[in-house]
Ligand binder design. Structure first.
Ligand code: MLT
Length: 410
């Protein structure tokens, strides 16, 4: 019989979102008539922008024409998409990022996990608590952690607590860590980071030879002009940060799949013999060996995000979900909840009432309001007693869900 990767046995229960779906389905078996409104996983509901659909339709036509047909594309992504991204998302904001440093992929979640392939197993790794569970679970799978304790913390990881007391921005560690995961706007708390805060992290990383893994999947939701969208807006970040971005939440590509990872050519790692090795070269080697790129059709759709019509439509989509977030925050606050986030982010972070645990509040909302959210405890020990509500749903569903919650808790 084959042996297995025993690191998987260290993982806590199932991955958070399938676990929520399991509980909801079990409830529906008992209560088949319940009309459940899902504000749990951050999955978009509004149709793809017409500009993207039209570009994809034209790309399908290309695939039916012998002269325009495409087989395998470049593993790193088509240059026309990478150039559009470099120009609009980075250079327009003053970031020194070249198209050759951008890698197109099928998702930030995948890239956040896959990136571990290029690092050694002896790095110290810091994550915030609460945190997007993918950062933790992929490190467990890769064998970078010890066992889990009764609080749900894995041995070997450095947990940086974030809470209302520190504006959900982690304090800079007083010891050296090699890899640091940062996510702004933050999943799950909806918090943002100022330029000063990110500068402090970049200075720390450069001072200690650390690498920041910066998840900017929600950058499009930043409305405050003083807040940075990219880590590369921060001086020195080219030497210490990889950035992950996605078309999922801004342009509605959760089902279509397209994302990107920026690996500056200036980034170096240490080999066992002490020599410096380019992280760009390693990631390029990894991707060209294990990945054959995102489909031509989808990349054409993503390129259309940067057309004039695409930009107008994407801005409207983001504004739509932000208005949902505003409605959620306003209703919950009026019902007496303590609420955070939801202003420059599509997630509202709320304290469970009356000292309820996250999962008890989950059950209460499911059973009494037929509304699904995400228990804060699923994002880490420090998320206990909190709850995340996603703004990704139709206006009618958001308003109906808030009406039910207000009725139950006011
Ligand atoms: C979430 O709800 O946290 C996200 O949708 C998960 C993801 O993007 O993978």
């Amino acid at each position: 019989m084959v042996t297995i990767n025993s690191n998987y046995l260290k993982l806590k229960a199932g991955y958070l979102f399938p676990e929520i779906a399991r509980r909801v389905n079990a409830y529906l078996v008992e209560n088949p008539d319940a009309t459940i409104i899902k504000l749990g996983i951050g999955d978009v509901t509004e149709p793809l922008p017409a500009a993207c659909r039209e570009a994809m339709t034209a790309a399908v036509a290309d695939m039916g024409d012998r002269d325009r047909f495409k087989g395998y594309g470049p593993e790193q992504g088509y240059i026309w998409l990478r150039e559009a991204i470099a120009t609009h998302d980075f250079q327009a904001r003053g970031c020194d990022i070249d198209a050759s440093e951008i890698f197109i992929s099928d998702g930030s979640k995948c890239d956040c996990g896959n990136i571990l392939d290029i690092f050694g197993d002896d790095n110290s790794i810091a994550v915030t608590d609460p945190v997007y569970p993918v950062y933790v679970d992929t490190n467990v799978m890769a064998g970078n952690t010890g066992e889990v304790n009764e609080r749900g913390e894995y041995g070997g990881l450095v947990y940086l607590p974030i809470s209302a007391e520190n504006n959900f921005t982690a304090a800079i560690p007083d010891r050296k860590v090699d890899l640091i995961y940062l996510c702004f706007p933050n999943n799950p708390t909806g918090a943002t980071a100022t330029e000063e805060h990110l500068q402090a992290w970049v200075d720390y990383a450069r001072g200690h030879g650390s690498l920041i893994l910066f998840d900017a999947a929600y950058e499009a939701f930043i409305t405050d002009p003083s807040l940075p969208h990219s880590i590369y807006e921060i001086e020195g970040a080219r030497d210490c940060a990889i950035e992950f971005r996605s078309f999922s939440k801004n342009a509605g590509f959760t089902g279509t799949r397209c994302a990107l990872t920026v690996v500056p050519k200036s980034l170096q790692g240490k080999a066992a013999d002490g020599s410096d090795v380019s992280l760009w070269s390693l990631w390029n080697r990894r991707q060209s060996t294990k990945f054959n790129g995102v489909s031509y059709i989808v990349q054409r759709g993503a390129e259309a995000v940067y057309s004039e019509a695409g930009q107008t439509e994407v801005k409207a989509l983001v504004a739509f979900y932000l208005e949902n977030a505003r409605i959620i925050g306003e209703h919950l606050a009026a019902s007496g909840f303590k609420v955070y986030g939801g202003i420059n982010a599509p997630y509202v972070w709320v304290q469970a009432p009356n000292g309820l645990s996250s999962w008890d509040f989950f059950d209460k909302l499911l059973h009494h309001c037929h509304v699904v959210g995400t228990p804060g405890a699923g994002f880490g020990a420090a998320g206990e007693g909190y709850f995340r509500i996603s703004a990704f749903n139709s206006r009618a569903n958001v308003e109906a869900a808030m009406g039910r919650i207000s009725q139950q808790f006011s």
